[in-house]
Design a binder for this molecule. Structure first.
Ligand code: CTP
Length: 355
């Protein structure tokens, strides 16, 4: 009889700021390099020291990375660079076999390679970096969106900006680039990889349908999906199409297009299946097709005060409400769970010089 092979433990570290599906794709590939994926999350103070302040704080970044379905274990408070001492801790304390990172150069403030030590030991592997998405790109899209929104408002007499004025307001003028939303090419193969081949509910499953924009997938979304999971056994997530999101969040939303937003949700362990481009209004047809037991959405108080009134029909959940299967979820009190996409945009607009 063959002896069971010792599981291969791989380590990937990172800042995972504005955690996006490019990060998720890196984690997916890292997991495929071994059996157990251990992720090191670089803390705020260390990011600030090495490359400037992150947009999302420790708790907000942790919630999303931890919820990624390819992540098995997490180590917090890791250094930005793999120094000799920490590398030995990885080998001996955490029993790591390989350190994995994207194939982009990762330099320290002094210009040296952050992964020089594990490279010397021959225990470093690279995965292919995902083109067409990055934290910097998302920051750029958010600045473009807020700039376009400000311009629209300037044309409307008596209107008030939804964003707090920054001392550096004038810098916004520099962002002449229009928002690039078709940047990333979502392929059928990528969808297959992210959905792990796809799951199907069994007859015994209690199907919960949760729907929304899920723009720039964040800790608040993770919290919502967890609440949905608590109501049943199989969670179907309806990711609204781009037109629906623009209609209720504002003309310059969503920041990520429907395919990108769907990939963000698919990477989350609390989502079993995703409808890529769901209608905003929940119909009887949809409930029957997916054998839905409960419909979940965020409570309306969490909607942006600046969002226009919903287009008719005023209540997208009128059908499940009438059937008594609608459950309104309040923003959880878990760490970072009160974050919203608009809050992220506001932070970026207010501190744009720093990012
Ligand atoms: N990564 C990737 N594809 C991207 C962005 C990041 O494969 N589009 C990988 C990085 O190479 C790294 C891991 O994700 O292995 C964590 O990335 P992070 O430390 O957040 O670094 P950045 O490269 O700075 O990510 P970004 O450019 O998005 O800020």
């Amino acid at each position: 009889r063959r002896r069971a092979r010792k599981p291969i433990r791989v380590y990937m570290d990172g800042c995972f700021d504005l955690t996006h599906f490019g990060h998720a794709n890196a984690l997916r590939q890292a997991k495929a390099c071994g059996d157990v994926l251990v992720v090191g999350l670089v803390p705020d103070a260390e990011i600030r020291r090495c490359k400037g302040p992150p947009v999302l704080n420790d708790a907000e970044r942790l919630a999303v990375v931890e919820s990624c379905k390819w992540v098995d274990e997490m180590i917090l408070d890791v250094p930005y660079d793999i120094n000799e001492q920490f590398m030995n801790e990885l080998w001996h304390k955490h029993k790591i076999d390989y350190i994995v990172h994207g194939d982009d150069p990762c330099l320290l403030p002094d210009g040296s390679d952050a992964y020089a030590a594990p490279k010397r030991e021959g225990r470093f592997k690279t995965i292919k970096r995902t083109e067409g998405v990055s934290t910097t790109d998302i920051v750029g899209r958010m600045l473009s969106a807020s700039k376009a929104a400000e311009n629209d408002l300037a044309k409307t007499p008596g209107s008030k900006s939804p964003f707090k004025k920054s001392k550096k307001s004038a810098v916004v003028e520099d962002v002449a680039e229009p928002a690039k939303k078709e940047h990333f090419c979502t392929t059928s193969r990528r969808v297959l990889q992210f959905s792990d081949g796809g799951k199907k509910p069994s007859d015994e499953d209690v199907v919960v349908y949760v729907h929304g924009a899920f723009d720039t997938f964040h800790a608040g979304h993770v919290d919502l999906l967890k609440s949905a999971r608590a109501l049943g056994t199989f969670v179907i997530v309806g990711v609204h199409d781009d037109a629906a999101v623009s209609s209720y969040a504002g003309a310059h939303y969503p920041i990520l297009n429907v395919n990108e937003r769907s990939l963000g949700v698919m990477a989350c362990r609390h989502a079993d299946e995703v409808i890529i481009g769901a209608p905003e209004v929940v119909t009887r047809d949809l409930l029957a097709t997916f054998n839905v037991a409960f419909v979940v959405a965020e409570d309306s108080a969490a909607r942006s005060p600046n969002a226009p009134a919903p287009a008719p029909p005023a209540d997208p959940n009128a059908v499940p409400r009438a059937l008594g299967i609608f459950r309104e979820i309040k923003r959880g009190d878990g760490p970072g769970a009160d974050i919203t996409t608009k809050e992220i945009v506001s932070r970026i607009v207010e501190n744009r010089a720093a990012f």
